[in-house]
Design a protein around this ligand. Structure first.
Ligand code: DGL
Length: 270
């Protein structure tokens, strides 16, 4: 018996803004039978500068409402800044729900680097998390890991993907600390540890002082989500538009147009 789409619960994808779209597009490819609900907590954007306790409370209470309203199959937290802070609390608060997290890809970077010099480009919140330090301790003690917390890149990425002009010098000043030379060796991997940043990867490549591998975890996150939600026999691939909910209630016109390109339409709910 083919499974009808109506029987399948949606996958909820969450970020503070539009960065989670980099994960959604990979998830769509791997999970063609599913509907998605995209949630952007744009009223709280950017998460990078929030005080930890306040952000924790905000995200937990938001999820209380989201889970009650949308009853998703799983939740993908497509935000390093949120998940490194609140992932464990979300799982404790909602034990019936499965959460797929996004954390800085320090382990794969440590496995792949040849020079032993790895940089992690993230929000100021993510670089100061205990979670991030633990990842380095657990998987990368043999490497020199530089943590670079960028104040402005998430905002710049939002502007860039909406088609606004951004200044090369301003971008370079956010990324240049990632490039380290030490004992005749150079950084060869930069972990994109904010889901907004892959939107700017081409700009980063153009401005980089030397070529590096810019590690984007989106596909790995989508694969993890796929592994939790097996593909049913005889599924029907979906067409059509999925809902996006912005907590501000009023994303601007260019954001709406962008969402359309991702197969999303802004829903009034939430
Ligand atoms: N996209 C979010 C992340 O992966 C962060 C953006 C923000 O500062 O809100 O960390």
């Amino acid at each position: 018996m083919p499974v009808t789409t109506a029987e399948l619960k949606p996958i909820l994808v969450f970020d503070s803004g539009i960065g989670g779209l980099t994960v959604l597009r990979e998830a769509r490819v791997l999970m063609p039978e599913r509907h998605f609900i995209y949630i952007a907590d744009d009223a709280g954007f950017p998460y990078g500068g929030w005080e930890e306790e306040a952000l924790k409370e905000r995200v937990i209470s938001l999820f209380g409402r989201l889970l009650a309203e949308h009853d998703p199959e799983i939740c993908v937290i497509a935000c390093n800044t949120a998940f490194t802070l609140v992932g464990a609390d979300l799982r404790a608060a909602f034990p019936q729900m499965r959460f797929v997290g996004t954390v800085p890809a320090i382990k794969p970077a440590a496995e792949r680097t040849r020079s032993g010099l790895v940089s992690v480009l993230a929000t100021p919140g993510t670089v100061k998390r205990a979670y991030t330090r633990d990842l380095i301790q657990s998987f990368a003690t043999q490497c020199h890991v530089r943590l670079v917390g960028s104040e402005n890149l998430a905002r710049m990425a939002e502007a860039y993907i909406r088609g606004e002009a951004i200044d090369d010098a301003a971008v370079l000043s956010e990324i240049e600390q990632c490039f380290v030379e030490k004992d005749g060796k150079k950084t060869d991997i930069v972990v994109l540890a904010c889901t907004h940043y892959p939107f700017m990867a081409n700009v980063f490549r153009r401005l980089a002082p030397w070529p590096v591998d810019w590690l984007d975890p989106a596909e790995a996150i989508a694969r993890r989500a796929r592994s939790l939600v097996p593909l049913p026999d005889g599924f029907e691939p979906l067409n059509g538009i999925d809902p996006a909910i912005f907590t501000s209630g009023h994303p601007d016109f260019t954001t709406r147009r962008l969402l359309q390109g991702f197969g999303l339409t802004v829903s009034q709910a939430g």
